[in-house]
Design a protein. Structure first.
Length: 165
């Protein structure tokens, strides 16, 4: 087992309440996309209630949805985000969510088996927003290898284009 796994946080500020007609297509696809993630090779964990609902958790405000997950490494996360049905849904992000001027996705390495909390994830997002990509908090475009890599601190790009762009 590797010494580290890749954590990711992404947030989105809803234009309308989750139960509104304007959010219906987004909500209709949640279970399918979440099941796709959970079945992906390399998926480890995602933040959710005991009932399996992540949208019920609003630690960053009533209008802000939080997606926090852990993956084996960058490859399966990249495959899910950029090359699965998830990408098709995220191309529609502007229909449902406010445009954010600041970073809304952050990646970082955690110890194998560690499940980060929202406070840790929020701190990583704040670090990224304040300092840009670093080995402690980075992006898909400028990622850093795990601390126990042969070349710790070496950067690489995980993907070419965000599907939400």
């Amino acid at each position: 087992m590797a010494g580290h796994e890749l954590a990711q946080l992404n947030i989105a500020i809803m234009k309308e309440p989750l139960d509104s007609p304007g959010m219906a297509d987004f909500v209709a696809n949640l279970d399918r996309i979440n099941a796709l993630a959970e079945a992906a090779d390399g998926f480890r964990w995602r933040l959710k209630t005991d009932a399996g609902d992540a949208t019920a958790l609003r630690p960053m405000g009533d209008r802000t949805l939080v997606n926090l997950s852990v993956w084996r490494d960058a490859a399966p996360l990249s495959d899910f985000v950029f090359r699965s049905a998830h990408a098709q849904i995220m191309r529609r992000r502007k229909e449902w969510f406010e445009r954010m001027a600041e970073a809304y996705v952050v990646l970082w390495w955690v110890g194998a088996g560690q499940r980060p909390g929202v406070d840790e994830a929020s701190a990583k997002l704040a670090l990224l927003r304040q300092h840009g990509p670093t080995a402690e908090a980075f992006t898909f475009g400028q990622a850093y290898g795990p601390p126990d890599a042969a070349r710790p601190g070496a950067t690489f790009g995980i993907s070419d284009t965000c599907p939400a762009a």
